[in-house]
Design a protein around this ligand. Structure first.
Ligand code: G3P
Length: 214
């Protein structure tokens, strides 16, 4: 499973990229707003740091303007994936952008039928929002499992990108279900590689060795 960072914070992206485990980055308008930076400038800074798919979301809500924005993002850098919301207008824009060979990540996906429609129209990535589904008393992981099963049934090439991940458990279960990608907040990313027994074990090894040298 590929690990993407779900953030527009370039400092954190640089810090976590030192581990060489970051395969891509996803951003959204809220994450860009949180940074208070120029969209193009920040996306290009991220492209310079991470050599992998970088998702940049359109702000327009009608399909013609979405296509215009998408084509502009596409012209910025070869690794940019245009993120479109899974609305009727977003689906129309998806069809047009795919005919122009633009990579597309369909976002705000909350149901297997939305995901099926995205795959039929040739989306490169589909992003089901696990945490936000859990917030509504549904199970984000159940929806993820259904999407993966449907894609397997019909051999779709669309990759499943588990998003709105709130915990290490979400990451583990996404991997168990066979999600192609998980996009992970820096907070969860930092937690997921830690285990207290690793630190305790290392301290004991070093202490035992030190004591034997006295
Ligand atoms: O980038 C989309 C998604 O990962 C947002 O997550 O935590 O705002 O629900 P969240």
């Amino acid at each position: 499973m590929k690990f993407y960072l779900d953030t527009a914070d370039i400092k954190v992206i640089k810090e976590l990229n030192q581990l060489a485990l970051v395969d891509g980055v996803t951003t959204n308008p809220s994450l860009i707003a949180k940074e208070g930076v120029d969209l193009k400038e920040r996306i290009l800074e991220i492209c310079k740091e991470i050599d992998g798919p970088i998702s940049c979301e359109v702000l327009a809500t009608d399909h013609k303007k979405m296509v215009e924005e998408g084509l502009e993002y596409h012209s910025w850098h070869k690794n940019i994936f245009v993120k479109l919301p899974c609305t009727d207008e977003g689906l129309k824009a998806l069809k047009i952008l795919k005919s122009k060979d633009v990579k597309v990540n369909m976002t705000l996906v909350f149901s297997p039928m939305q995901a099926l429609a995205c795959a039929k129209l040739g989306a490169d990535f589909v992003s089901p929002f696990l945490g936000r589904l859990d917030d509504t008393q549904s199970s984000g992981l159940e929806i993820l499992e259904q999407i993966i099963q449907i894609y397997e049934n019909y051999d779709f090439k669309t990759q499943v990108l588990a998003a709105s991940i709130r915990s290490v458990d979400h990451v583990v279960n996404s991997a168990l279900l066979g999600s192609d990608i998980a996009t992970i907040s820096p907070k969860v990313f930092k937690k997921m590689l830690k285990h207290p027994l690793t630190d305790i074990g290392l301290a004991k090894f070093l202490e035992d060795y030190k004591n034997s040298q006295k």
